[in-house]
Design a protein around this ligand. Sequence first.
Ligand code: SF4
Length: 188
Amino acid sequence: MLTELLSRWPLIQQIKTGADGTGVESMSERTRNLRPKTDGAQVAKSICPYCGVGCGQLAFHKNGKLISIEGDPDSPISRGRLCPKGADTFELHTHPGRLQKVKYRRPYSTKWEDLDLDTAMDMVSDRLWESRERTFQEKDEKTGDLIMQTKAIAHLGGATLDIEENYLIKKFFTVGLGMVCISNQARI
Ligand code: SF4
């Protein structure tokens, strides 16, 4: 018993291994058994949602629940690093103060009201479609050329959109809806 206790003493371990006392030889059993919170989690590759640099992220999840978001060492852009804002992405998703409602002020109203996201999305899509139906031009009025477009709806993308999202936005809005006014704030 005493021999076993002594053999676990970091000083004895240090003497036996010749190490400098800053490695595993100085760890307690409890420390050696500690595991990172991401241990055993599934991981999905993602991109930081905040700015146009597009640093790589790893989103760790267990049983359908997000548990951590870390920098992706395989990203050629950021090589595992995230700035303080990007490193805080986990809280963006999970913070209890995260807004879950949309503030809406009806035409001529002086008050804001809360709308749930589904209602707001339905209103956006209804208005988008109504605007398209009302303003869509099949032919140019002067030349008679086929143009199939509307200039009544525009889309301005933000820096958080990645290449794939911008590709889909361009395809869907231009070819699908006939929109011509499409731009992106970051232009990268
Ligand atoms: S981690 Fe920072 S620098 Fe990188 S994309 Fe996110 S906000 Fe931009």
